[in-house]
Design a binder for this molecule. Structure first.
Ligand code: FSO
Ligand code: SF4
Length: 548
């Protein structure tokens, strides 16, 4: 195996034996083969889409197959093999339709378009040949992978939007074009840099689409105090990012005597008006994804993963038989809840019945945390915010969005938040928030010093807020705003968020705790020279840079 798609890549270069995330080498290789299958589909579906042919199953496959390969989403080799085979079947159907229409592809002879899956052993052998290292030139490899990881993040967000019946065919067509471009040896490094920025454009589009899907279905997030203590009923802990899943779980648990709690990235579900009517939607339990082993243990009830981030249970953990996955998530030994049938709902009755037999959660903390500062809510407060900037009560905003992670170095973000001057405000989104959302950082004239917009995809909200401020202050350039970007990344959704910010013209982003292993020195140089991207140093050094 060779994998360097996330921030935890072993030795800062890549995982080669087992993943630091817990992914075994067979699963890592099969994930590469799944991306290979998606490319085979894209070779034909891209050409057919140009003549107006589209197919729901293809759109779903493009998103789901890429989503499955995101860090910490799916560790289940059987599920991945099933998806690989589905891809090849779909490719062959499309190949037939294309032949009937007299359409061919420049890549019709490429392995992605011609290979036939054999038995499991053969699949595993083949999977070893299609990974990252197939591209020899390290700069081309770096750009191809940067684009691919952006697409994986984009696919995850597109999948959530699709679950809410919001789609944009231009996004699918871009996914096809970009996947096929990673096969194209005639493209220069400059072509691939341009395609990287275009990926960022579609990152903005997909986050806007998901924002519309979420807010049209559930209302605009509003300022909300979320309970972090527990009640006395048994509960279900729901993690991941999919709001359609939590909607259906809340409906199905209503009146059953089973409470629902959010974990990690599901916390922002509490901010949506549509979910506030549920009395049994009790609060948020625990913190970010990497703390799940002890937190799931003390939760006592079943856990439902709607997406990443899954951490394999440790020996001594007793909760494994209480964990369920759904959608793109999977883990060997966890039970999987099937997809909703066309026009129907998922059936969470097994999780609910399981919960009824469990003890109520053990309290690990108490009190509340505040969030819900997505674009609509912040724009309602715009006058107050603008006044605070004009009077100098707020000197600077710090966008500290992105991901949390288990590396000790990430204490940097807690310390950074603590040391920020009192006249600064943190704008956050994603699980990065757990590094500072329980600190007593106070407020500025009633505006909390940590404004949580929501999930990582709600980084879109932060961009909308920045663009609004640019308009209010009549500035020509988003970079003239008193906003600094100190972003933490972990997996590929953060890659699409980063590319989206670059596409919007945001410069001088600091990215930590380490720069991606998949950036070759030359590609890193392009990002530094054109966008001022930098890593992080010590808190004190960085504070000086940011405040100068
Ligand atoms: Fe975190 Fe995991 Fe949302 Fe990621 S839970 S790390 S960027 O999946 O997606 O922020
Ligand atoms: Fe390593 Fe990250 Fe890949 Fe897992 S996803 S194998 S930790 S680089």
């Amino acid at each position: 195996m060779f994998c360097y798609q996330c921030q935890e890549a072993a030795k800062g270069t890549g995982c080669t034996v087992n993943g630091v995330c817990g992914k075994k080498s067979d699963v890592a290789n099969l994930q590469d083969l799944l991306v290979h299958s998606a490319k085979g589909v894209a070779v034909y579906s891209g050409e057919l889409r140009k003549v107006g042919y589209s197919n729901k199953a293809v759109n779903k496959y493009l998103l789901e197959s890429l989503f499955i390969t995101i860090t910490n989403a799916n560790f289940d080799a059987d599920a991945i093999v099933k998806s690989i085979k589905e891809g090849v079947e779909l490719r062959d159907e499309l190949k037939k339709v294309a032949a009937e229409k007299g359409i061919t592809s420049k890549f019709a002879d490429h392995d992605v378009a011609t290979w036939i899956p054999g038995d499991r052993n053969e699949l595993e052998t083949k999977s070893e040949t299609v990974g990252v290292l197939r591209t020899e030139n390290e700069d081309v490899r770096s750009l191809r992978e940067l684009i691919t990881y952006g697409l994986k993040g984009l696919a995850a967000y597109g999948h959530h939007a699709m679950n809410l019946e919001k789609e944009n065919p231009e996004i699918y067509s871009f996914v096809e074009k970009a996947l096929v471009a990673t096969l194209d040896d005639t493209l220069s490094a400059d072509d691939l840099v341009a395609l990287t920025l275009e990926t960022g454009k579609f990152g903005v589009d997909v986050m806007a689409l998901l924002d519309a899907a979420n807010t049209e279905a559930y209302g605009h997030p509003e300022i909300t105090e979320v309970n972090i203590g527990v009640g006395t009923n048994p509960g279900i802990l729901i993690s991941g990012h999919d709001l359609k899943d939590i909607e259906e779980l809340l409906e199905q648990t209503d009146g059953t005597g089973v409470d629902v709690y959010t974990h990690s990235e599901m916390l922002p579900a509490h901010y949506y008006p549509a979910f506030k009517k549920y009395k049994h939607f009790v609060g948020n339990y625990g913190s970010s994804w990497w703390n799940q082993n002890p937190e799931f243990e003390s939760f006592n009830g079943p856990v439902l993963f709607t997406t990443n981030c899954i951490v394999p249970p440790k020996s001594g953990n007793t909760y494994a038989d209480k964990v369920y996955t759904t959608g793109a998530a999977g883990f060997p030994g966890f039970k999987h809840i099937a997809d909703r049938p066309e026009g129907g709902k998922k059936d969470f009755s097994a999780v609910i019945e399981h919960a009824k037999k469990c003890a109520a959660p053990t309290e690990i903390e108490s009190g509340t945390i505040v969030g819900g500062f997505a674009h609509n809510q912040v724009i309602q407060l715009a006058d107050k915010v603008v006044d605070a900037v004009k009077t100098g009560a707020i000197k600077k905003f710090f966008v500290m969005a992105g991901c949390d992670g288990r590396m000790k170095d990430r204490n940097y973000y807690t310390e950074f938040a603590e040391k920020l001057p009192q006249d600064t405000v943190i704008l956050t989104a994603g699980c990065a928030k757990y590094r500072y959302n329980k600190l007593a950082l106070g407020d500025i004239g009633g505006i909390p010093r940590v404004l949580d917009a929501g999930q990582c995809n709600d980084s879109y909200s932060l961009a909308v807020i920045a663009l609004k401020l640019k308009e209010v202050f009549e500035l020509n350039d988003i970079n003239e705003l008193p906003i600094a970007y100190n972003i933490a990344w972990y997996e590929q959704k953060a890659v699409i968020v980063l590319l989206a910010l670059l596409y919007l013209g945001v410069k001088n982003i600091h990215l930590g705790p380490t720069l991606p292993a998949f950036l070759s020195p030359n590609v890193a140089k392009v990002l530094v020279e054109n966008f001022g991207i930098a890593g992080i140093g010590t808190v004190d050094e960085d504070m000086k840079i940011f405040l100068s």
